[in-house]
Design a protein around this ligand. Sequence first.
Ligand SMILES: [Zn+2]
Length: 67
Amino acid sequence: MTATFLHADKPVSPDEEIDGRTPNCEACGATMWLTNRTRRSTDDGTRDIRSYTCKNCGAAKDVVERI
Ligand SMILES: [Zn+2]
């Protein structure tokens, strides 16, 4: 008798999903911190704009994503 527990649904944490999209600093490789998040509507759809800052060296980066 073998149960199929291996196929049980595995819950995915929403936090993990967010962390998975956090960029690393291009200058020093440290994980960047989300400092600002805005949404902008354009004729072509909505853009999700996230601003990241590196706490290690101060570099900044904007990530624009189409949603
Ligand atoms: Zn850095």
